[in-house]
Design a protein around this ligand. Structure first.
Ligand SMILES: Nc1nc2c(ncn2[C@@H]2O[C@H](COP(=O)(O)OP(=O)(O)OP(=O)(O)O)[C@@H](O)[C@H]2O)c(=O)[nH]1
Ligand SMILES: [Mg+2]
Ligand SMILES: [Zn+2]
Ligand SMILES: [Zn+2]
Length: 1593
C-alpha cells in the first residue's frame, strides 16, 4: 500500500464523513425526484422488470421525471441504444404548429432562456444510472449491465458511495458478460477467443481529470474507441441529450469500456483487447477511486488544464506507484510556464517522459490528436504492461477498503456450494458420462425404444403384441438400470442447494452454477461451435463430419439444464419402478423434486421441455413439475403460449430475450437444444385484459439448414420438434433470415406441415413471420411482392403437405392458420450496427422487435375475447397427446387428446339430451294424435289434417336442435374450437333424426287410422243392434208399467231376460268373417320367391304348412353357405362365415320378432301389409353388402323366411282370432246387458239412479280410458326418470356407457357375461338396460310415484273438463257426455258402446251428473293405482306402448357399427357421424379370431396393428393381404387410433389372460400364446387403464 501519509488519510476520512452525508442527501433528492424511494430498501428485481404490466403495452416516451427509471429499464432490456437518454420529447407536432404561428410575429425574447429549460427539469443520465443501479438487486444489476454491454455502453465499474459508506465494485454485475474477439495473433488461423469478461486479463488504461478541464474527456474517449467511420458513444458526454444536466450523485463513478479486435488488421484500432476506465469527477475529491485506478491500470491519463502547487503535492504522493502516467494538457495561455515547472518536478516522481505529455488546444486537429492518443495507447500495450481482469481488480479494491458486490455472504455461500460441485469436473465429456449417467446412453436408448414402440419398424416376424412386450421389457430394464444408480456426490449437493438454500442464496447458486459450468465448458465448446458454424457455411458436403462435430458439441456442453435433466431422470426411473410395483410408494426418495423445479419456474428459470440430445420428453417429470406449478399457483394458471421456430443460429433466442428481457442461452453456433419453457408473469390488473395469468415462452432448438438435413435423423428431429412446438403454441414466431430463399423454403416446408397437422386436429395457432436482417426502412412496402410470393409458396407447400398426409382435399394456407399477409409479416433489421465485436445493437432492431411485441399483446387481448387460453393441466394434456402422436409416424391419425375427447363427450351428452327432448315431444304428439284419431267420426277421419301438423312439428324440432347446437358452439364452453370440425356430424345427425321420426310418426298415424277404420265397421253394426234392444227395453218398460201389480225385482229380471232372449233370436246374426291368416302369409311368401327358379319352388312345396315352422326351431346348416364360388377357401373361413351367418339369422329373427310383438300388441285386426313389411325387412337386410359377402345359399333365405313367417303366422292368426272374439257384435252387446237391465229396473222402480249412472260411467268408461292413458305415458316418464336419476351418467353418452359396462364386467368377473358382451353386443345392451330398469324400480317406489303423477294430471284434466262441460247450457246428459269426450279427445279414448249404455234413458240433470262423477273420482284414482300396483313390474313394463328400454337403448347404441377387426362398438355421438371410433380396441381373439394354421386365438390389437407392418385379409379384401397401416382404404369410415400409452389396453389384456382357456373352449380354438408380461397385469391396473382410456380420472 502506497498511499498518503497517515495524517492525510485521516484528513480524507474526516472529509469523507462530511461528504458522505452530503452525498446521501443528494442521493435522496434524486431518488425522490425519480420516485424511487421505495426501492431503496426493497430493491427492484428481475420480476419487476419482466412482469407484463401496462407499461409493456404502452408507448415508452417518458413524460415525467418519475418515468425516467422505467424508461431506462425497459429500453435497456430491449437493447435500445437510446436507453440512456433522459430528455423528454418536445411537445407533440401540432403544439409546434401553433408555436410557428406565434413566431411569425417576431423573435421571442424567451429564446435565450429556453435553451436550458430541460436542464432544470431533467436528470443527468449518469445520475439516473447510478440511482437505478442502487435501487436494483444484484440480479437485476447483472442483467442491466449485460444488456448495456450489448449496446456497447460503458459500464459502471465502481459505483460511488451513496447509500453505503464505501464505494462499490461491480464485479458480480459483470459476471454474466461474455465477449468474443479475434486477436491479431489468431487472425491467420481464423481462431478467436471467447471469455468471460471479468476473467479476461488485459491492460487497463485509465482516464482521470485533475481540476477543471474545458474539453470533454468522455467525448475524446469515444473518439479513441470508435472504429473509423463509425462513431459510437460508449461514454455519456455533455453533448448527448441531457448530458449537460449537472451531475448530482454520479461524481466518483468509474466507468469502464473495452476495445476488442475483430481480427482485421487494417480496421482494428488495437491488436489486443484493452480496457478503458473513466473516472467521473475530479481526482482530488475522489482520491480513493483514483488510487484504485493507479493500482489496477497499466497507464493513467490525467487530464488537466494546469498544474499548480496544490496539484503537485497531490500527485507527488504517488511516487511509489508503478503505473505509467500521462498528461493530457489543455494548453492555456499564461499558465503554461508554471505547469511546465511543476511537471518537471513531477517527472522523476512519476517517471514522466516527453512522450507522456499530450498537448491539446483549440487549434489542435481533433482527428490528429485522437490518432496520437491511440498511438500512445498502442505503444503502452506493446510495452508488455500488466494485464489484469476485473476479478483481479477486486483483490486490489478489497485492500483499499472498497466494497465488492460479490462479497455478500449469500453470494459467497452460494459460490462455495458451487465450487464443491464443480471442482470435480475436469473433463466435461468424462464427467457427463460418469457422473450424469442417467441421461447418457440409458436415457437415449430409452428414447429410441419408446419411439420404436410406436413405429414398430424393426418388428420383423414377431407378432405385434409380443414385440411390444419385448420393447416394454427393454424399457423397464433400462429404467431399472437407471434406478440402480446412486445419486452422485455432485447431484446430492446440487439438490441440497436448490432445496435448502435461502431464496437469495439459491438464486446466486444457480447463477454461479451457470458461470462456472459455462466457464469450464467454454474452453472446448466455443472452438467447436465456431468450427461447426464454419462447416455449416462451407456447405456440408461431408455431413458425417458435421454429425461428429455436433455430437462432440453435445457431449461437451454442460449447464444447469444437464443437472436438472439428471434429476428428472432420477425421478422418472423411480416413478416407473413404483408403477411396476418394484418400489413401495412409501419408499420413494424423489417426490419432492418436481416441487423444486416448479419453484424455479416460478422464479423465471427456464425448464427443459424437450431434451434435444435424446430427442425425447421426460413426460412424467414434465407432467409432475407442471402439476406442482399449477398447485402452487392455486389453480390460476391460464397461460398464453408463445414459441419461436427457425433455422439454427438465426437469433431466435436473441429475439425472445430482446422482446421480453429474458435470459435464454444465446451464442453463435448451435446453442439451444431441444426446447425450454419459461414463465412470464402478467400483472394482476392486466390478467383480465389479456385473458391469461402468464405467458409461457418456449425457445426451441434451431431447425437445421437444408444442407445439414442430410444428417441422420435430423429431418425427423426437426419435424417432431416443430410439430410439438406449434401444437403447443397459441402464437408461433417463425424466424427467418432472408438471406437464402431455398433455405427458407425448407424450413417453411416443415412449419407448414406442422400447421396442417394442427388444423386437422382442430388447433389453429397464430403465426407471425419474422424476416430478419432486412434493414431498409421501407422494407415492408418493398417486400410486398416478396410477401405475395411467400404466400404463393406457402400455398404450394400446403398442397404438397396435404398430399403427404394423405388428405385429398384442396387446401389453402389461410385454411390452416390465421394469417394476414399484411399484419403477420415483420421485417427486422440485423441485430448489430456495424461489425462485431465492437458493434452495438442496431436501434432499428430493438424498435422493430418492440413493435412486434406490442402487436402481439394487442393480438392476445383480442384473442382472449374469443377463446379462453389453456391452463396448466390442459397444457399437460396437449404435451402428452402431441408427443404421443409425434412418436407415431402418422401424426394426424394417431393424435388423441383427452381435452378434445372431453369436449366432444360434453357435446355428445348435450346432443343426447336434445335428441331425447325431440323424440319425447314427437312421442307425445303421436300419442295424442292416436287418441284423437280414436275419437274421430268416419267423416272426420277422412278430413284429418295431421300430416301438415306433423311436418310443422318435425321441422320445429329439427330447427330447435340446430339452434341449440349453434348456441352451444357460441357458449364459450371449454375447448370448443377443438371440436368445431365435428359440428357437421351433429348437424347431419339432427337431420337424420328428423327423417327417422318422420317415418315413425307417419307409420304410427297410418296405423291408428287403419285400426279406427276397422272399428267403425263393427261399431255400425253395434249401433243397429243397440237401437233394436233399446226399443225393446222401452216397450218392455211400457208393458210392465201397464200391469196392475207391481213387479218384484225377481219378476223384472225374468221379464227382462225373456225380452233379451227374444230380441237376440230375432236379430240376424251378423258374424265377422274369420280368415285363415297363414294361408294369406303363405301366398305372399310364394309371391316373394316367385321368380327364384324351380328349386326354390320345389323347396317351398316340400316345406308344407307354414304352421310347422317357428323361430325357435331354426338351426344353422352347412348347406346354407354357398360354395360354388369359393371352393378354394379354407375351412377356417367357412367356420367364420358360418358363425357370421348364424349371427345374422339371429339378429334378423330378433328384429322380426319384435315387429310381430308390436303388431300383436296393438290389438287391431291382422292386415296383409304386416306380412309384406316383414318380407321387406328380411329382403332389405339380405341385400346389404356385408351380408352378400357371406355368400349364403338360396336355401338359407328360404328357410329363414319360412321360420320367420311361420312365427308370424302363429302370432297373427291368434291376433286375428282374438280380434274377432273381442269385437263380435253380439258378444259385445251381451256385455252391455247388465247396464241395460239396471237402467230398465231403475226406471221401472222410479228410483233415483243418477248416482248409479255416474258410478257406472266411472267404472265402465273412465277407468279403462285412464288406465290406457297411464300406460301410454308411463314409458316416456320412465325414460325421463331414469335419465335424470343419479346413475343416469352412464346413459349420458356412449363412452360413459361403455365405461360403466366394462367396469361392472370387471367387477363381476363373470366369463359368460364377457362372452355375451363381446359376441352379442346388441342383445347384451338391451338386457343390461332392461335389468337396470327393473332393478331400479324394484328397489324404489318410484314407479308408483310416476304413475300417481301421471294419473293426477289427467284426473285434474278430467275434473276441469267436467266443470267445463256442465257450464255450457247443456240440457241432457247425453249431450253433456258428448261434450265431455270432445274436450278430452286428445287425452282419453272413451269407449262409445259403454257410453251408449250410460246415455240410454238418462234423464239426470247434467250438472248434477257431473258433480256425482267428481265425487267418485278420488276413489277411482285409488282403485286404479291399486290395480297398477298389483301388476307384476316386468309384464307391466313389457306392455307399455313406448318401451323405455328401447328408447334408452337407442341412446347408448348409437350408430351400432363395430370395428371391422375387433368388433368393438362405435362410440361417436349423434346418429349420423362421418367417422366411427372407439376409445379402446380389444385383442382380436376375444372376438373369435384365430390363427388359421395353429388354431390359437389371436391376441393382436387393432390399435397396435394399424401402426405395425403386418397385414390382414378378409372377405373385404377378397382374401388378399393388405397392410394394416392402410386399413382406411377398405374402412374409410373407421378411425382406429393407436393406444395413447402402453397401459391403455391393459383392461382387455387382463380379460384375455384371465379367461384365455375359457375363450378357447367357447370358440372351439386353442388358447392364445399370450405375451408373458400380460400375465402380470392386475385387476387394479385393468381398472386404471379403463379409466385412462375413457378419461375418467
Ligand atoms: N449478424 C447478426 N447476428 C445476429 C442476429 N441476431 C442474432 N445474432 C447473433 O447470432 C448468434 C446466435 O443467436 P441465438 O439467439 O443464439 O440464435 P438461435 O437461433 O437461438 O440459435 P440456436 O438456438 O442455436 O438455433 C448470437 O451471437 C447473436 O448475437 C442478427 O440479426 N444479425
Ligand atoms: Mg436459441
Ligand atoms: Zn378394433
Ligand atoms: Zn359410429
Amino acid at each position: 500500500m502506497t498511499l498518503d501519509s497517515p495524517k492525510k488519510r485521516a484528513h480524507c476520512i474526516m472529509e469523507d464523513v462530511d461528504l458522505s452525508s452530503e452525498r446521501r442527501k443528494a442521493f435522496r433528492e434524486v431518488l425522490s425526484k425519480l420516485k424511487l424511494q421505495k426501492y431503496e430498501s426493497r430493491k427492484l428485481g428481475m420480476n419487476d422488470v419482466l412482469e407484463i404490466n401496462s407499461g409493456s403495452l404502452k408507448d415508452w416516451t417518458p413524460r415525467k421525471l418519475r418515468d425516467l427509471p422505467w424508461h431506462f429499464l425497459r429500453k435497456v432490456m430491449a437493447l435500445n441504444v437510446t436507453a440512456r437518454s433522459t430528455s423528454f420529447r418536445c411537445g407533440a407536432p401540432h403544439d409546434q404548429g401553433t408555436r410557428v404561428d406565434e413566431e411569425e410575429q417576431g423573435i421571442d425574447e424567451q429564446i435565450f432562456f429556453f435553451s436550458d429549460s430541460d436542464t432544470k427539469v431533467s436528470v443527468n443520465p449518469l445520475d439516473l444510472l447510478c440511482a437505478v443501479l442502487l435501487c436494483s438487486d444484484s440480479f437485476l444489476q447483472q442483467e442491466i449491465l449485460s444488456k448495456m454491454s450489448m449496446c456497447q455502453f460503458a459500464l459502471p465499474l465502481l459505483l460511488p458511495a451513496l447509500d453505503t459508506p464505501k464505494c462499490n465494485l461491480m464485479l458480480w454485475a459483470m459476471r454474466d458478460i461474455v465477449r468474443k474477439w479475434r486477436p491479431h495473433s489468431l487472425a491467420e488461423s481464423r481462431g478467436f477467443r471467447e471469455e468471460s469478461l471479468v476473467l479476461t486479463a488485459m491492460p487497463t488504461i485509465s482516464f482521470v481529470r485533475m481540476g477543471s478541464c474545458s474539453f470533454s474527456k468522455s467525448k475524446l474517449l469515444n473518439e479513441v474507441l470508435s472504429p473509423s467511420q463509425q462513431h459510437h458513444d460508449f461514454f455519456i458526454h455533455q453533448d448527448l441529450s441531457s448530458g449537460n444536466v449537472p451531475r448530482e450523485i454520479a461524481d466518483g463513478l468509474i466507468e469502464i469500456s473495452w476495445f476488442f479486435p475483430g481480427g482485421r488488421k487494417n480496421l482494428d484500432l488495437f491488436s489486443e483487447p484493452v480496457a478503458v476506465t473513466n473516472l467521473r469527477g475530479d481526482i482530488e475529491s475522489h482520491w480513493l477511486q483514483f488510487s484504485f485506478l493507479t493500482e489496477v491500470s497499466s497507464a493513467v491519463f490525467i487530464f488537466a488544464e494546469n498544474i499548480t502547487e496544490r496539484e503537485y503535492t497531490l500527485l507527488s504522493s504517488l511516487k511509489e506507484s508503478t503505473t505509467k502516467y500521462y498528461f493530457i494538457l489543455n494548453r492555456q495561455a499564461g499558465r503554461s510556464s508554471e505547469t511546465l515547472a511543476f511537471l518537471n518536478r513531477l517527472a522523476p516522481v512519476l517517471k514522466l517522459k516527453n512522450s507522456h505529455m499530450l498537448m491539446k488546444d483549440s487549434s489542435t486537429n481533433k482527428a490528429k490528436f485522437v490518432e496520437k492518443l491511440q498511438f500512445t495507447i498502442q505503444s503502452i500495450m506493446n510495452s508488455s504492461p500488466k494485464r489484469i481482469g476485473i476479478e483481479d481488480m477486486a483483490v486490489i479494491a478489497r485492500e483499499l477498503g472498497i466494497q465488492i458486490d460479490e462479497d455478500r455472504v449469500e453470494c459467497q455461500t452460494a459460490s462455495n456450494c458451487v465450487k464443491e460441485i464443480t471442482t470435480e469436473i475436469k473433463d466435461v465429456a468424462y464427467y457427463k458420462q460418469e457422473r450424469l449417467r442417467l441421461q447418457g446412453d440409458l436415457w437415449k436408448s430409452l428414447a429410441k425404444v419408446e419411439k420404436e414402440m410406436c413405429r414398430m419398424r424393426r418388428q420383423g416376424d414377431i407378432p405385434a403384441e409380443k414385440y411390444k412386450s419385448q420393447l416394454k421389457d427393454k424399457m423397464l430394464e433400462l429404467r431399472k438400470q437407471q434406478n440402480k444408480c446412486d445419486l452422485t456426490d455432485g447431484l446430492t449437493k446440487f439438490i441440497d442447494a436448490i432445496q435448502h438454500l435461502l431464496p437469495l442464496e439459491k438464486h446466486y447458486f444457480l447463477k454461479w452454477m451457470k458461470f462456472q459450468l459455462d466457464h469450464i465448458a467454454r474452453g472446448n465448446l466455443s472452438k467447436l461451435r465456431a468450427e461447426y458454424k464454419e462447416k455449416c457455411k462451407s456447405l456440408g458436403d461431408d455431413p458425417k463430419q458435421l454429425a461428429e462435430l455436433d455430437k462432440l458439441i453435445s457431449s461437451t456442453s454442460l449447464g444447469v439444464e444437464h443437472f436438472m435433466r439428471e434429476l428428472g431422470q432420477f425421478y422418472e426411473a423411480e416413478h416407473s419402478m413404483v408403477k411396476e410395483g418394484k418400489i413401495l410408494k412409501s419408499g420413494r426418495q424423489f417426490t419432492h423434486l418436481p416441487g423444486i423445479a416448479a419453484d424455479l419456474m416460478l422464479e423465471g428459470f427456464p425448464i427443459e421441455l424437450i431434451d434435444g440430445d435424446a430427442s425425447n420428453i421426460p413426460l412424467q417429470w414434465v407432467t409432475d413439475v407442471l402439476t406442482e406449478l399449477h398447485a402452487k399457483l392455486r389453480g390460476r394458471s391460464k397461460m398464453l403460449v408463445l414459441t419461436v421456430l427457425g433455422v439454427q443460429s438465426t437469433g431466435k433466442s436473441t429475439l425472445l430475450n430482446t422482446m421480453f428481457g429474458l435470459q435464454f442461452a444465446v451464442s453463435s453456433g448451435r446453442c439451444t437444444r431441444g426446447a425450454f419453457m419459461l414463465l412470464i408473469q402478467v400483472t394482476e390488473i392486466l390478467k383480465k385484459e389479456l385473458g391469461c395469468d402468464f405467458i409461457l415462452v418456449i425457445d426451441t432448438e434451431g431447425l437445421k439448414a437444408p444442407e445439414l438435413a442430410k444428417l441422420e435423423d435430423s429431418y425427423q428431429h426437426d419435424n417432431e420438434l416443430a410439430t410439438l412446438v406449434i401444437g403447443l403454441s397459441d402464437i408461433t414466431i417463425v424466424n427467418m433470415a432472408m438471406e437464402n430463399a431455398t433455405e427458407m423454403k425448407d424450413i417453411l416446408q416443415i412449419v407448414v406441415h406442422a400447421f396442417l397437422r394442427m388444423e386437422k386436429i382442430g388447433h389453429k395457432p397464430n403465426c407471425q413471420f419474422v424476416h430478419q436482417n432486412v434493414s431498409d426502412v421501407s422494407a415492408h412496402e418493398q417486400n410486398m411482392r416478396d410477401r405475395k410470393h411467400l404466400l404463393e409458396q406457402l400455398n404450394e407447400m400446403i398442397k404438397a403437405a396435404a398430399k403427404m398426409e394423405k388428405l385429398n382435399k384442396e387446401i389453402k394456407f389461410s385454411d390452416i392458420m390465421e394469417y394476414d399477409l399484411e399484419k403477420h409479416n415483420w421485417y427486422i433489421p440485423g441485430l448489430w450496427h456495424g461489425v462485431p465485436p465492437m458493434a452495438p445493437v442496431n436501434m432499428g432492431y430493438s424498435e422493430k422487435v418492440y413493435e412486434l411485441k406490442r402487436y402481439l399483446f394487442e393480438f392476445i387481448k383480442n384473442r382472449s375475447l374469443k377463446r379462453t387460453p389453456k391452463d396448466v393441466p390442459q397444457f399437460i394434456e396437449w404435451v402428452k397427446s402431441l408427443w404421443n402422436a409425434v412418436k407415431h409416424e402418422n401424426f394426424i391419425f394417431s393424435f388423441r387428446n383427452s381435452l378434445i375427447a372431453e369436449a366432444y363427450n360434453q357435446l355428445s351428452v348435450k346432443y343426447s339430451e336434445w335428441e331425447w327432448d325431440f323424440r319425447k315431444e314427437m312421442h307425445l304428439w303421436i300419442t295424442e294424435k292416436e287418441t284423437a284419431i280414436q275419437n274421430l267420426s268416419p267423416d272426420e277421419l277422412e278430413a284429418d289434417k295431421s300430416q301438415y301438423e306433423m311436418q310443422q312439428k318435425l321441422l320445429c324440432g329439427e330447427q330447435r336442435i340446430l339452434e341449440l347446437l349453434k348456441q352451444y358452439f357460441e357458449s364459450g364452453a371449454a375447448n370448443l374450437h377443438l371440436i368445431e370440425k365435428y359440428r357437421e356430424d351433429f348437424i347431419r345427425s339432427a337431420k337424420s333424426l328428423k327423417t327417422e321420426l318422420e317415418s315413425y310418426s307417419f307409420k304410427k298415424c297410418k296405423e291408428a287410422i287403419h285400426i279406427k277404420k276397422g272399428q267403425h265397421k263393427i261399431a255400425n253394426i253395434q249401433a243397429e243392434y243397440m237401437k233394436v234392444i233399446e226399443g225393446k227395453v222401452d216397450m218392455l218398460l211400457d208393458q210392465c208399467r201397464r200391469k196392475e201389480s207391481k213387479l218384484e225385482n225377481k219378476e223384472l229380471e225374468m221379464e227382462f231376460e225373456k225380452m233379451w232372449k227374444e230380441t237376440f233370436s230375432e236379430l240376424s246374426p251378423i258374424c265377422l268373417q274369420k280368415h285363415e291368416i297363414h294361408e294369406d302369409i303363405e301366398f305372399q311368401l310364394r309371391k316373394d320367391l316367385d321368380n327364384r327358379g324351380s328349386s326354390v319352388n320345389q323347396k317351398i312345396q316340400k316345406a308344407g304348412s307354414l304352421m310347422n315352422y317357428r323361430i325357435n326351431s331354426f338351426t344353422m346348416r352347412t348347406e346354407y353357405l354357398d360354395f360354388s364360388f369359393t371352393s378354394a377357401v379354407k375351412r377356417w373361413f367357412t367356420k367364420k362365415r358360418s358363425q357370421k351367418t348364424e349371427k345374422l339369422a339371429e339378429s334378423l329373427m330378433a328384429q322380426c320378432n319384435s315387429y310381430i310383438e308390436e303388431r300383436v300388441y296393438s290389438k287391431a285386426d291382422y292386415d296383409e301389409t304386416y306380412c309384406r313389411e316383414l318380407l321387406h325387412l328380411i329382403n332389405e337386410k339380405l341385400q346389404r353388402e356385408e351380408v352378400k359377402k357371406l355368400q349364403t345359399s338360396v336355401g338359407f333365405e328360404v328357410d329363414l323366411k319360412l321360420h320367420i313367417l311361420g312365427e308370424a303366422a302363429h302370432a297373427f292368426q291368434k291376433m286375428h282370432d282374438d280380434f274377432l272374439k273381442e269385437n263380435d257384435p253380439q258378444q259385445r252387446l251381451e256385455k252391455l246387458k247388465p247396464q241395460y237391465f239396471s237402467t230398465f229396473r231403475d226406471h221401472y222402480l222410479e228410483k233415483d239412479a243418477r248416482q248409479n249412472r255416474a258410478k257406472e260411467f266411472c267404472d265402465q268408461c273412465l277407468k279403462p280410458a285412464l288406465m290406457d292413458y297411464v300406460s301410454k305415458r308411463l314409458g316416456l316418464e320412465i325414460v325421463d326418470d331414469i335419465l335424470s336419476s343419479g346413475q343416469s351418467i352412464e346413459y349420458a353418452s356412449r363412452s360413459f356407457f361403455q365405461f360403466t359396462v366394462q367396469k361392472k364386467l370387471l367387477e363381476d368377473g363373470n366369463f359368460n357375461n364377457y362372452v355375451k358382451y363381446i359376441l352379442n353386443y346388441e342383445k347384451f345392451v338391451k338386457a343390461w338396460i332392461w335389468r337396470h330398469i327393473l332393478d331400479y324400480y324394484r328397489e324404489a317406489e318410484d314407479l308408483e310415484d310416476l304413475e300417481e303423477e301421471i294419473l293426477s294430471t289427467i284426473i285434474k284434466k278430467v275434473r276441469d273438463a267436467l266443470e267445463k262441460a256442465k257450464d255450457e247450457s247443456i240440457t241432457t246428459v247425453s249431450a253433456f257426455l258428448n261434450n265431455f269426450c270432445k274436450v278430452l279427445q286428445k287425452d282419453l279414448v272413451i269407449s262409445k258402446d259403454s257410453l251408449v249404455g250410460i246415455q240410454f234413458k238418462n234423464t239426470a240433470d247434467p250438472a248434477q251428473f257431473s258433480t256425482f262423477i267428481q265425487t267418485f273420482l278420488p276413489d277411482l284414482q285409488k282403485q286404479i293405482l291399486a290395480e297398477l300396483k298389483d301388476l307384476e313390474i316386468k309384464s307391466k313394463l313389457s306392455h307399455l306402448p313406448l318401451k323405455p328400454q328401447d328408447e334408452i337403448f337407442k341412446r347408448v347404441f348409437g350408430c351400432g357399427k363395430q370395428c371391422p377387426f375387433c368388433k368393438v362398438p362405435c362410440e361417436a355421438g349423434g346418429g349420423n357421424h362421418k367417422e366411427h371410433f372407439a376409445s379402446v380396441h380389444r385383442p382380436q381373439g376375444l372376438g373369435r379370431y384365430q390363427n388359421l394354421v395353429t388354431e390359437n386365438l389371436t391376441y393382436s390389437l387393432c390399435s397396435s396393428d394399424v401402426v405395425s407392418n403386418t397385414e390382414f385379409r378378409n372377405s373385404d379384401t377378397d382374401w388378399k393381404d393388405h397392410p394394416y397401416k392402410d386399413y382406411r382404404q377398405y374402412y374409410p369410415h373407421w378411425r382406429i387410433q393407436p393406444d395413447p400409452s402402453i397401459t391403455a389396453s391393459d383392461y382387455w389384456k387382463f380379460v384375455f389372460k384371465e379367461f384365455n382357456q375359457q375363450f378357447a373352449k367357447e370358440y372351439g380354438a386353442k388358447p392364445a400364446n399370450l405375451p408373458a408380461d400380460w400375465q402380470k397385469i392386475t385387476k387394479e391396473q385393468a381398472l386404471e387403464s379403463l379409466k385412462e382410456a375413457f378419461t375418467m380420472k
